[in-house]
Structure formats: C-alpha cells, structure tokens
Design a protein around this ligand. Structure first.
Ligand code: PRP
Length: 186
C-alpha cells in the first residue's frame, strides 16, 4: 500500500493527501505486545472483551488473535461523529451489549480516543452493571485532546490532533480498510 494516497475525484474530500503515520508492521508488533500484557493480566480469568463498533473491528480482531487466554466477545455500537470529522459533542447508543457483565471482568476495545466523550459515556454506562473489573484498551490516543478522569489501561500509540483514517477509522465511512494509520493532510 502506498505511503501517500491522493483521494481520487468522486470521493469525499477528493484531492486531499493521506499520509501514512503508522505502518501495518508497527501496528501489528505493538498489538502483539499489548496482547501479551493482557494475557498476563487476565491469566486464569475469562474476560468479556467488548469492541466498540464500527471503528474497533480490525483492532479487536487482531488483538484477540494475540491473546493466549480464554475470553468471550461482545460488541457495542455508539456514534459521536455521524459522518462529520468533528465530534458532535453527544454520544448515541446504537446497539447495546448482549452479555450479562455483572461480576465479570470487562475489557473495552476502542480504535481511537479523541475527545474522550465516547469512553466516558461507555465507562459510566457499563459501570451501572457492576462488573468485577472494567479496563480499557485503545489503539490510538489523542493525549493533547482527550478529557478523561480515568486512565486508559493499554494504549497502542499516542497521536497528535490531526484527523486519521485507516485500520478501522473512517472519513465519511470510507478508508477503514487501509492496513496502516494515515493522517488526512489539509
Ligand atoms: C469514533 C471512534 C471512537 C470515537 C472516539 O467513533 O471509533 O468510538 O469516535 O471519539 P471521542 O473520543 O471524541 O468520543 P465514531 O463515532 O466516528 O463511529 P465509528 O466507530 O463507527 O467510526
């Protein structure tokens, strides 16, 4: 895959440059080591791993393939951006989890923590069910932007405030399938 891609005409934001900032190899090696840490942390436990749709679908799939413990999976779908490139400021719950998480060890998997709005929402919502523990893993973290009053337990990469696509992240629902992370240059 090219390290620089010009969005072709006919697509949203045509003419803008996508520039690779995290290669597929770097992503995979970081995910491998996070997988090892999580496996160690949950040894002899069976956590429920909850992916936040849509963005986390690729990260979640790669992360669980790097675990050497038993686990269950579930998904929750929320929306804070719509099709915009800026957070709308509110979070909508579009699909709730199916699992009963009371007294269970729960891991939330996000593709990106940007403003922190989504993760704050998820934390408060899932805590109502009184899980035995609740931890968070995010592939990307905008450290200068995110406002969280708790720590993210595992972070893949800390990134700047630009808009990013690829590896699950979209621009108007496109470019989720790029194997690396690309910055959208204006
Ligand atoms: C993205 C991303 C996170 C959230 C992070 O989801 O997947 O869930 O935004 O942003 P925040 O920290 O500012 O809340 P989005 O609402 O774009 O939906 P998607 O996952 O379907 O792309």
């Amino acid at each position: 895959m090219d390290k620089e891609i010009t969005i072709p005409s006919g697509y949203p934001f045509s003419g803008k440059q996508l520039v690779e900032v995290i290669s597929p190899d770097l992503l995979q090696s970081r995910i491998k080591s996070i997988g090892q840490e999580i496996s160690k942390h949950y040894k002899n436990k069976i956590p429920i791993i909850i992916g936040v749709l849509n963005g986390a679908f690729l990260f979640m799939a790669d992360l669980v393939r790097n675990l050497n413990i038993e686990y269950e999976v579930d998904f929750i779908k929320i929306d804070s951006y719509g099709d915009d490139t800026k957070s709308s400021g509110t979070v909508r719950l579009l699909k709730d989890i199916s699992a009963d998480i009371t007294d269970r060890h729960v891991i939330i998997v996000e593709d990106i923590v940007d403003t922190g709005l989504s993760l704050n929402f998820l934390k408060h919502r899932l805590e109502e069910a009184e899980p035995a523990s609740l931890k968070f893993v995010s592939c990307l973290y905008k450290s200068e932007v995110a406002k969280l009053d708790f720590d993210i337990d595992w972070i893949g990469f800390t990134i700047d405030e630009r808009y990013f696509v690829g590896y699950g992240l979209d621009l108007k629902q496109l470019f989720r399938g790029l194997p690396g992370i690309y910055a959208v240059n204006h």
